[in-house]
Every structure is written in C-alpha cells, then in structure tokens.
Design a protein around this ligand. Structure first.
Ligand code: GLA
Length: 388
C-alpha cells in the first residue's frame, strides 16, 4: 500500500490526503452463462484485484495513470467531456463510471488524480474490467461524499460494459465484486437480484485457479453471439409459453417444449441455460448440506454442458478440466467466467495440490504446447476503501 502511495506522489505530486481503495476480481463456482438468461449464478470475490489511489482536484480535470500500462502515461480528460475515446484505452473504464454515476444523478463537481494498479492476471477471465469499474465507483463515492446504494453501483458498472464499452455482459461480475464477502460465495438470482451468502468452508480442500494463458481475441464477439442465439431460442418458446427468461423454466418443462425451438443449435444453447440454472440451485443445496462431493459432480456436469451444448470451452479449458477430473484428490473442476480461454477452477485436497499441478500442467503442455499457471484462490470482501 505504501508503495502505491509513493508511486502516486511520484507520478502526480506530493499530497497528504490520498486514499486507497481495492476492488477484487471474481471466480464463479457454478452458474455460467445464466446471468443474462435470467438464471442463478454462484460467484465469489477473490484476493486478486485492482487498487486505486487518488485525490480530488480543485478544477474539472481527471488524470488517470496505470502502473500496469506505464507506456500509456497519464491519460487526461475533462469532466465536461467524458465520451468514450479509443485513444484513452483502459481509461475508458473509469471514465464510463464517472459519466454514468453523474447521469444517475450524483454530483461530481471536480476532477481527480487516480493511480491504478491491478494484480489480476491479464485477460484471464477473472473480471479485471468489472474490478476497475467498481474500484472507480467506491473511490468516487468516498471522495465526493456520495451515497450510492451498492446494488445501484453494480448496475451502473454493468451499464458501463453494455452501453459505454459495447460488451453485452450480464450482472454477475459487478455484483460479485461489489457485494463480495470474505469466505462466502453469493447465490444470486439474476432476474430478481435476490441474493444470499453461502459460507465456503473447505477445510481439507482448496480452490485452485488454473489460467490457460490463452489470449482471448474473439471473446467479445462470440459472447454476444451466444446471447443472440439464446434470445432467438427464447423468442421461439415465447410463441407458446408465457415466460420472460429461461430462469423461469424447469428442466422438465423445457424438455416438453424444446421442439418449438426451430434451430437445433439454439435448442442446445437453451438446454444449457435451463440445466445450468437447475444445477446451480442444486449445487447450493448440496453445499448447505455439506455434500462437497455432490457439489463437485455438479461442477463437472456444468463444464460438460458448457463444452457440448454451449460450446464455449475449447481445447485449452477442456484439457485442463478433463485432466483435473483424472487426478486424485479432485472433487470437481470446470471452466469459470465467459470461457473461450481464460481460467478453470478445481477443488483439490490440500495435500494433493502439488501433484495435481504437476500432472495437469504436464498434460496441458503436451496437448497445448505451453504452460498453464496455477493460483490458490482466497475468497475476499467486495470493493472498499483499504485505509482511512
Ligand atoms: C462474463 C460476463 C458475465 C457472465 C459470464 C458467463 O464474465 O461478464 O456477465 O455472463 O461471462 O457466465
């Protein structure tokens, strides 16, 4: 933390009254591609995340600097022109938050100097973008003395993705990052936004995050394509069923009506959305009963559905999940996040973790040609100020 303050003083100017904020990244235990389909998700905030150190200015200038992208230098903009600008690269995330928080009726009369530093691995699908949005949100809330209801801030973050940056993502990432709680995952109904916390007490087990290290170039467009396929499947079903999302359908009802969906590809996408929602609710029940093994089996089934019906896994994630399933001491493994690369997670017995990493990495290298990276997840609190 001291280093970040020092760095702030070096990049901008010496100042006593700087504050430091942190917003985590997230993993999702189960409930993938269900958020924008009106289903449930079960994510948790993790200890990797984004720090923001900054202070208010007396004029209307905003100056942003990221220690992760020193080559872009200080990016400046005026409070009166917060429009998206290609040249502002990563700084469009904080700019979007400032713009939409103001549009939501909050008063931001001055600019600010903000330094960012993130330790979320690059393009790993652990939500670095939602993390920078939410850290900007809590920063602005504190220095401009705003009172933003946290769920409202979460919705503003999603709006930045959808309307400012043009990524049609759901609400899971901002919700997990804004509402996270140490040692708890969040069961969220993405239709009603009702949520509850579930303690994750794994005792002899840990959650291991496995990064495919695959660069995800087409992720955005494929993501939007899946959304469209689901919308078309839903429109077909709506010709006979009075539903507003897949979250309202039981697996049985879906099976009875699935043939109304004309396109077989769309039918498989819908099948995933419906069965994944059911698996997520079941996983939560099993976890509450302490049945970690059943929870793990549901994680595996989730991966298979994402692989076969939703088709968002690919060679890298499949190699990791399938080799993880073969290892001793593994309770369950699946991709996490949007897919198409990014990360997988596995629940692994503590004294088998070293062998697990060695074996999975070996299989990965043999099939994919380069190494995966392994981290132990620790589940942390949501976005907040880190010091007074
Ligand atoms: C990305 C999106 C989320 C969610 C997941 C898939 O992380 O940002 O809204 O749709 O993919 O579950």
């Amino acid at each position: 933390m001291k280093n970040l303050t020092n760095e702030f003083q070096k990049v901008f100017e010496p100042h006593d009254n700087v504050h430091t904020f942190f917003a985590p990244g997230r993993i999702n235990l189960i409930g993938e591609h269900t958020d924008y389909n009106g289903g449930h998700v079960f994510p948790a905030a993790i200890s990797f995340g984004t720090y923001a150190v900054g202070k208010k200015r007396n004029d209307t200038l905003f100056r942003f600097y990221s220690m992760n992208f020193p080559e872009t230098g200080i990016i400046e903009c005026d409070l009166n022109d917060l429009r998206y600008n290609d040249q502002h690269s990563w700084a469009n995330y904080p700019k979007g938050m400032i713009q939409y928080i103001r549009e939501a009726g909050f008063s931001i009369p001055y600019g600010a100097d903000i330094l960012f530093y993130g330790d979320i691995p690059n393009s790993a699908g652990l939500s670095s973008s939602a993390s920078i949005e939410m850290v900007t949100g809590v920063f602005l809330e504190k220095i401009f003395e705003l009172r933003i209801d946290r769920v409202n801030m979460v919705k503003i973050g999603q709006k930045v993705e959808n309307d400012y940056l043009g990524v049609n993502s759901g609400i899971m990432d901002q919700f997990a990052i804004g509402m996270g709680k140490k040692d708890n995952a969040i069961l969220l109904n993405c239709q009603s936004l009702d949520y509850s916390y579930a303690p994750i007490k794994l005792e002899d087990y840990s959650i291991i995050i496995i990064n495919t290290n695959k660069q995800r170039t087409l992720a955005g467009s494929k993501y939007n394509e899946r959304r469209q396929e689901c919308e078309q499947a839903l429109a077909d079903l709506q010709t006979e069923l009075p539903i507003s999302s897949f979250g309202e359908l039981s697996v049985e009802k879906f099976e009875a009506y699935q043939n109304i969906i004309k396109n077989p590809v769309h039918r498989r996408r819908a099948k995933h959305a419906v069965t994944e929602n059911a698996r997520t609710l079941e996983a939560m029940r099993e976890l509450r009963k302490g049945n970690l093994y059943s929870f793990g089996e549901l994680m595996n089934a989730s991966h298979q559905s994402l692989r076969d019906d939703y088709e968002v896994t690919g060679l890298e994630l499949d190699t990791i999940a399938e080799s993880a399933w073969r290892q001793k001491g593994v309770i369950g493994a699946r991709m996490t996040g949007a897919g198409f690369g990014g990360c997988a997670i596995a629940i692994v017995e503590n004294d088998k973790i070293d062998t697990f990493k060695r074996n999975v990495n070996k299989a990965y290298q043999q099939t994919v040609g380069y190494e995966a990276t392994f981290y132990t997840a620790s589940i942390s609190d949501g976005a907040k100020m880190t010091e007074e």
